[in-house]
Design a protein around this ligand. Structure first.
Ligand code: DC
Length: 239
């Protein structure tokens, strides 16, 4: 049986992409790469340097010179990776409400997406990777062996985010606040001109609204072992 070497997991905020992606990567012994952290690091860079996120030209210029690196974790504090911004560890700062509130805006810009996608593609093409994001199957790695589009209702996604934040002791406001912010992020992510959030035509859509994490991981794992491998072999045979 041939396993999928490059797996793309796309979907909206709170759909469970990160949890599922991490567990799937662990089960397969693959690298887990959460591409959202690159857009978050870019947003933090703007905030730290006082660059207005509405200033497209300045933000795109910054995307050219900022050094963002994602590497295996060096601190055991629950993190899955270290994120370095100009060689400084910013892993947890990426989850702040300030970054959360501006990241959709920053990730709208074509110049930012070009710079981030090129780096992501380079890492993805090495293979044995689970890449999680919004446009992996559609733009970054359209040749991925398996494309999953993970979805869930906006209410359920907001509930998950709110519970996670509460558990970490973060001040994110009420459930209604989180729901409102999530609706707004969905709107921006799916209506932007460049690489909007949508399922690739050959993606397998998995609705996780009433599924447990284990059920989703199991479903995706089976797809990575079976159907995707078979699809790849069929593709090879045609060439
Ligand atoms: O998955 P996340 O919540 O960490 O993503 C943060 C933001 O980054 C999200 O609003 C959309 C953007 N993003 C993107 O545009 N493309 C990706 N491949 C990953 C994230």
């Amino acid at each position: 049986m041939v396993s999928a070497r490059i797996i793309a997991v796309d979907g909206p905020a709170g759909s469970g992409k990160s949890t599922v992606g991490q567990q799937l990567a662990q089960r397969l012994g693959y690298l887990y790469f959460d591409t959202g952290v690159m857009y978050r690091a870019m947003t933090l860079a703007c905030l730290q340097r006082g660059i207005a996120v509405g200033d497209q030209e300045a933000v795109e210029a910054l995307a050219q010179r900022v050094a963002i690196d994602v590497r295996a974790p060096t601190i055991a504090d629950g993190r899955q990776y270290d994120v370095l911004l100009d060689a400084r560890d910013v892993t947890w700062a990426l989850r702040s409400p300030e970054v959360e509130g501006s990241v959709s805006r920053v990730s709208m810009y074509a110049g930012v997406r070009r710079a981030m996608s090129a780096k992501q593609r380079e890492i993805g093409l090495r293979g044995s990777v689970v890449m999680v994001g919004r446009d992996i199957g559609t733009v970054v790695l359209p040749e991925a062996d398996l494309k999953i589009y993970l979805d869930a209702s906006v209410e359920e996604r907001a509930r998950r985010r709110w519970r996670e934040a509460e558990a970490r002791g973060e001040a994110v406001g009420s459930y209604e606040d989180v729901l409102g912010a999530m609706r707004e992020r969905d709107r921006i992510d799916s209506t932007r001109e460049v690489a909007p959030l949508k399922a690739a035509s050959d993606a397998v859509v998995v609705d996780s609204t009433s599924m447990s994490v284990e059920q989703v991981v199991d479903r995706v794992w089976r797809l990575s072992k079976g159907e995707a491998g078979a699809a790849r072999q069929r593709g090879r045979g045609k060439r």
